[in-house]
Structure formats: C-alpha cells, structure tokens
Design a protein around this ligand. Structure first.
Ligand SMILES: C[S@@+](CC[C@H](N)C(=O)[O-])C[C@H]1O[C@@H](n2cnc3c(N)ncnc32)[C@H](O)[C@@H]1O
Length: 265
C-alpha cells in the first residue's frame, strides 16, 4: 500500500494524514493483513468491502488505533497536577470525578493513580475518587486491566517509585502495577465520537487521540460533548502537541501549560 492509497483509506475513515504520517508503517502492516483476511487484493476492493461490511469496518476502525503512551508522559504536567491543580480541585469536595478518554493500555490512568497515591501519602484529605477510563479498542482495554508493562513505559517514573508502584518479574523485564494503583478504576469500551460516560467530570484527559488522528469536522462535535461533560470548574488536559479545534471563552490555560485548561462559567 503506497501513501496515496493510505491517504484514500484515511479520507474514507475521516482520519488525518498529519496524525498518521509518522506511525503509518505499522498501521499499513495491520491493514494489509486485514485485506488478506478479507481476500481484498487491492485497496479499492478493500474500500468497497468497508462500505458494505459493517463488521469489517468496525475491525478496520480498531486496527487504525494507535496505542503509543507511557507513564507520566509530559512529566512537568503531572508535577503541576500534584502540587497545584489537585490540591485546589479537591478542596471541599466529597467526590472527584475523572475521565481518561482514549486511555490506550492504561498508562495515563495509572499515572493519575500514582499522583493520587502520592497525595494520600503526604497526608492530604482526599475525596472519594470516581475514575473511568474508556477506549475504542478492547484489546488495549484488556492490556490496561492486566496492567503489565515493559520498562520503556516507565522511563519517566522516578526510579525510587518503581518498587512503590510496580512488581517486577525475575528477569526485570516486565512490570505489573500494584493493587494500590490498580484498584478502583472502571474500564469501558466507548468511542470518543459517542456520548461521554457521564457528566460533571472534574478532570478530563483527552490526550493524543481526537485532536491528533481525526479530521476537523469530526473533532468539533465530539469536543463539544466532552466540554459539556466537564464540570463548571473542571480541568481539561489535551496532548502537549495538540491544539483545541476552536477557542472557547470559558476555557483558560493553566499556567505554565498551554495544553491544560480550566473551565469557567
Ligand atoms: C496514542 S493513544 C493515547 C493514549 C493516552 N491518552 C496518552 O496520551 O498517553 C490513542 C488512544 O486513543 C484511542 N482512540 C482512538 N480513536 C478513538 C475513538 N474514536 N474512541 C475511543 N478511543 C479512541 C486509541 O484506541 C488509543 O488507545
């Protein structure tokens, strides 16, 4: 499959070339295998199949998903979350609602739990945490539930925290999250283009998915729903290299991060 043909596929799926450009090699490989399984000899035949076969189309959507992530990705942000954003958000709250939208294999969610645990250990009085993590891809969700990672996923975690939050196998090649961060997370298959899994979230993570991989006309309605699901003083976190698809007066950046926003009524 050449780039022209890959672009035809992206157009059909309403996905963005810019988002897929750097990861296209691996994605093309998965799609080529899918074409073989469906006995499609050409990309045109594959596109025609996707048009009439809903199951194939759903499989294709899943094969297009990219799971690149790591623990504490954008480490400075997580420090701000721990030291400034969360202490302010949890003040006088009985419950804190958090949604990780497009959670991949769980690295982002467990990062949040690490920060939460650190706050707990510091003696902060914490409200009840309601944490929901959603993704389109059930294979990623199964991996997230299992919570086992290669050391490369942990490279932003301080070495002294590895043993606090992970058990390792005898060879030291695999790290599984400890119950202290594994418990109390609701995992759910859900598309970002569908209705959110609830309302009044205090924090929504919408990082490195909708704004990176989708075409503009899909971003706007999906983002509107996400914004509606954010509580009046909630915090929205997008990817550090992403931009909002439109400016909203009631979202202001949280210093010093241009990709973290606080909602104001
Ligand atoms: C690159 S990962 C980002 C993971 C994490 N948010 C982060 O920033 O580290 C993108 C994730 O978004 C998910 N995704 C893509 N399109 C989706 C959709 N329409 N609905 C739900 N999840 C989607 C993919 O399955 C993948 O797990």
């Amino acid at each position: 499959m050449n780039d022209y043909q890959f672009n035809q596929l992206l157009s059909r799926l309403e996905l963005s070339w810019e988002g897929y450009r750097r990861v296209r090699k691996g994605v093309k490989k998965r799609i080529r295998k899918h074409m073989q399984q469906l006995d499609c000899k050409t990309v045109s035949a594959y596109l025609a199949e996707l048009g009439k076969n809903d199951k194939a189309r759903r499989e294709c959507d899943i094969l297009m998903s990219v799971s690149i992530s790591r623990f504490l990705r954008d480490r400075k942000f997580w420090q701000t979350l721990e030291k400034e954003i969360l202490p302010d958000l949890i003040r006088e709250k009985e419950t804190l609602k958090v949604w990780s939208a497009g959670c991949a294999c769980g690295e982002e969610v467990y990062s949040f739990k690490i920060i939460w645990n650190r706050l707990e250990k510091s003696g902060a009085f914490l409200p009840e945490l309601k944490l929901v993590a959603t993704d389109l891809n059930t294979i990623y969700l199964d991996r997230a539930r299992a919570g086992v990672y290669h050391s490369s996923s942990l490279r932003e975690v301080k070495k002294e925290d590895w043993s606090n939050y992970f058990n390792t196998n005898a060879r030291g090649s695999r790290f599984s999250v400890k119950p202290v961060i594994k418990n109390n997370i609701v995992w759910k298959q859900l598309s970002l283009l569908a209705d959110p899994p609830g309302l009044n979230f205090d924090i929504i993570f919408l990082r490195n998915n909708l704004f990176t991989y989708y075409q503009d006309h899909l971003k706007q309605p999906a983002f509107k729903k996400v914004l509606d699901a954010l509580s009046p003083s909630g915090v929205l976190v997008i990817g550090s290299h992403e931009d909002l698809p439109f400016t909203t007066e009631n979202l202001l950046p949280v210093d010093p991060h241009s990709f973290v926003f606080r909602k104001y009524l």
